[in-house]
Ligand binder design. Sequence first.
Ligand code: CA
Length: 162
Amino acid sequence: MKRRMSALLCLFVLGFVVTGVAAADTVISIGIKDPGFERSDPASSFWRGTAHKDALNGSYYHDNQYDRPDLYATWTPTITVSGKYNVYMRWIAHPNRSSAALVHVVHKNGRAEFQVNQRENGAQWNLLGQFEFAVGTSGYVRLYSSPGYTIFDGVRFQLVEE
Ligand SMILES: [Ca+2]
């Protein structure tokens, strides 16, 4: 009986591990401390880090209120399952934020351009749209320094259809 219970427990643990791997492949969340996040000119003094409990990695970067279109950050997922993904971005909202921060989504079929209002909808996953991504690292999301404090926090890619 004891051996049988152990066998069942093993099966349960194995099932959990397998399911966990599949979920990790189809929901990819990238914060500023995760692989896949990269800043242009990271040595620039325009970059500032701020700790915040609602930021994806517990902290985010901002651009110290400057408007420098040559300054940007890129979130690049490593796609292992090709298909259509919902793409979300999060930030920490405040009235001093960029009301029209420029975002590019580069996907399998081209490039989409958005302006996000970071004065509202903070600390949540905000849907940018649905895009196709191929296996590999050719797709990415890029946020540019825009008027007001531009907040660089997290991006999520969630598989909706293979
Ligand atoms: Ca700015």
